[in-house]
Design a protein around this ligand. Structure first.
Ligand SMILES: Nc1ncnc2c1ncn2[C@@H]1O[C@H](COP(=O)(O)OP(=O)(O)O)[C@@H](O)[C@H]1O
Ligand SMILES: [Mg+2]
Length: 324
């Protein structure tokens, strides 16, 4: 069952009379309880996509076009782009939560961590302070904070980066969201801790039956966690497939470039995206045809003139490339 459908999303920035099409017609579907990885080089528009879903695009950014359909259940669907700020505040941190790359700056430095987790319930579930605090302590235990009763009264500075990310996960999950967006959730952490945090994310997602949109540049993470993968480049989805299928049969030359070093189970899992020769074009300077045409090893004349559509070549496998 579909949970979130992003349709033809265009999010542009306007700076010095320049139009920056950071996200330029993105289609993305997340099913209930599913882990979808969004991958692509830096500057592809992954974070802007996630901020658009969260309703966090502010001037100089503007959502120009598209729909973000959130299917609450079989009967109710909301277009999040039609919601007021107030309604979005009710959804954000409640039905859709987000954790960011940097667990240091995402917590309030002057508030006890237990109170920060409890606040989510006080705001979104209108729960009394005492009960909210009790549930917050339970949640802190579930995410692996030992001595949670005592530690709930400490400030974030008393916790390591990994522990702070656990607290962020507690905050994100305590509202029982249907969708968790995790934007590079382990990038800022020590390699040794990354796997623990990912295991926790997966466990919490499964226990709460939450879908996860996992933004990452770490193919090991994708191989380990994702059900489905969307590959993004220059504001567009270039390919989408089941994770196993994508690793076995990447079709788009861009995906193939990223996957030149596919991590194997017995391999070093921390391999990140392969460096593809050349530069990611800046959004003010996207090529006229296929966005990858300036770097593609299989480029044809047509690719420099026309933009290929994203087409389904096999059930569940979509590619944007004239080779197919
Ligand atoms: N606040 C902003 N103002 C202007 N341009 C922005 C802003 N945020 C993002 N962009 C532009 O949008 C593009 C995509 O950025 P982003 O979504 O952060 O990429 P990713 O997360 O894939 O690395 C970048 O080229 C960046 O220059
Ligand atoms: Mg980003």
């Amino acid at each position: 069952m579909k949970l979130l459908e992003v349709k033809n999303l265009k999010t542009y920035f306007f700076i010095h009379d320049q139009e920056i099409p950071a996200v330029d017609g993105v289609d993305l579907t997340i099913n209930k309880g599913e882990v979808v990885a969004l991958i692509g080089e830096s500057g592809s528009g992954k974070s802007v996509t996630s901020m658009s879903i969260m309703g966090l695009i502010d001037s100089p950014g503007k959502i120009m076009e598209g729909e973000i359909l959130f299917h609450r259940n079989e009967l109710f669907t909301d277009n999040l782009l039609k919601k007021s700020d107030r309604e979005l505040q009710g959804i954000r941190g409640n039905e859709i939560s987000m954790i960011y790359q940097d667990p240091i700056t995402s917590l309030h430095p002057m508030l006890k961590v237990g109170d920060q987790v409890a606040e989510v319930l006080q705001i979104h579930k209108k729960m009394g302070k005492k009960q909210a605090k009790r549930e917050a302590v339970e949640m802190l235990k579930r995410v692996g904070i030992s001595d949670a009763e005592q530690r709930a009264d400490e400030l974030p500075e008393k916790f390591s980066g990994g522990m702070r990310q656990r607290i962020m996960i507690a905050m994100a999950m305590i509202s029982n969201p249907k969708l968790l967006i995790a934007d590079e959730p382990t990038t800022a952490l020590d390699v040794t801790i990354q796997a623990e945090i990912l295991d926790l994310l997966r466990k919490m997602g499964q226990e709460e039956d939450a879908a996860i949109l996992l933004i990452t540049h770490d193919l090991g993470v994708v191989a380990e966690m994702a059900d489905r993968v969307c590959v993004m480049y220059c504001g567009k989805i270039m390919e989408e497939a089941d994770a196993k299928e994508l690793f076995k049969h990447p079709k788009n030359p861009y995906t193939q470039g990223l996957m030149e070093c596919i991590p194997r189970i017995d391999d070093d899992r921390r391999k990140t995206l392969q460096i593809i020769e050349g530069y990611v074009p800046h959004p003010t300077d996207f090529p006229k045809g296929c966005r990858f045409s300036t770097r593609c090893p299989k480029v044809m004349d047509r690719c420099r003139e026309e933009l290929p559509e994203l087409i389904e070549i096999e059930p569940g496998h979509k590619v944007r490339c004239f080779l197919y």
